[in-house]
Design a protein around this ligand. Structure first.
Ligand SMILES: C[S@@+](CC[C@H](N)C(=O)[O-])C[C@H]1O[C@@H](n2cnc3c(N)ncnc32)[C@H](O)[C@@H]1O
Length: 283
């Protein structure tokens, strides 16, 4: 059996009195901080070690240089944003072709903190998130458990309500294997999506001091998504009729592939690819 990666985990303050309920589905092993330090003395200086923390109320990743990162799908901020959302005008929803009368299925190939996925879910879509980074997978799994959403590869083919699931794996491998016999046996319950969405890490900006704290932490964890061209090509070859790519305003098209159209917002552009075979998209 494949060994789980081990990450340090510290319980502080009121966390000692209030035990944490971690989802059974965690893909990584959390090791008591003291034990982890004992096992990693040769690699790291104790004060340099980033770690998961439980403080009795919040479970988060502590990046000692950039700050704390947590995923809370139940936060007041998110609820407020969803209450105020004008669904017909929201650029992401326009890009994915949201309709009040349909429950589209969407694969978010680059879940990250799950913010875009959460917006899509609360707007009524059935969302399957993919994330390959173990720290982000863990935060997403915890966030989903708080939301009481099932995680993993359950029988989602029959679900009719909106849902938000996590596939803790690389989306390129998923798209690649989807057609293979083995995959057809094990993932028979995953129907083809109506829309694919991807938001790979942007190229590093020069004005790095202006980069938001969350983005800095994610960058420290995952670096740049250098295989985003391959991801887009696999998405376009997947048979899913609509593929949406989030880009910074003014950025090049991913893989130099011209979209059918784009939806613009002040800082962001959503490139929408409709049903074209890959060959005809090259500029
Ligand atoms: C810019 S972040 C996405 C932010 C996200 N849209 C949100 O709203 O929070 C990009 C994320 O995609 C993940 N990612 C990139 N390529 C991936 C792939 N092939 N499979 C799974 N995850 C991927 C990275 O690990 C990173 O966490």
């Amino acid at each position: 059996m494949e060994q789980k990666s081990v990450y340090p985990f510290e319980i502080i303050k009121k966390g000692l009195e209030h035990p944490i309920q971690l989802p059974a589905s965690l893909e990584i092993e959390l090791q008591d901080f003291e034990t982890y330090c004992l096992n990693h003395t040769s690699e790291l200086n104790r004060s340099d070690i980033n770690r998961f923390i439980w403080d009795g109320a919040r479970f988060y990743w502590q990046d000692l240089e950039a700050g704390n990162l947590e995923i809370d799908f139940t936060s007041k901020k998110l609820q407020y944003r969803m209450q105020k959302l004008n669904k017909a005008q929201e650029p992401l929803l326009r890009a994915v072709g949201w309709k009040s009368t349909e429950r589209q299925r969407i694969w978010d190939l680059t879940a990250g903190l799950g913010r875009d996925s959460a917006l899509l879910y609360f707007a009524g879509l059935q969302v399957l998130m993919f994330e390959r980074n173990p720290v982000l997978q863990t935060l997403l799994q915890y966030g989903l458990a708080q939301l009481s959403q099932p995680v993993g590869q359950a029988d989602i083919g029959t679900a009719v309500d909106p849902y938000l699931y996590l596939m803790p794996e690389d989306a390129i491998a998923f798209l690649q294997n989807r057609g293979s016999q083995e995959m057809q046996r094990s993932d028979i319950a995953i129907p083809l999506a109506d829309v694919i969405y991807m938001d790979p890490m942007y190229p590093e900006r020069k004005k790095s001091a202006l980069v938001k704290k969350e983005l800095r932490i994610i960058r420290n964890l995952v670096g740049a998504d250098l295989d985003n061209e391959l991801l887009l090509k696999k998405a376009l070859a997947s048979g899913v009729p609509r593929v949406v790519v989030k880009r910074p305003k003014g950025a090049e098209f991913v893989a130099d592939l011209k979209p059918s159209h784009s939806v613009e917002s002040p800082n962001t552009r959503f490139d929408v690819y409709l049903q074209h075979p890959v060959e005809t998209l090259s500029r």
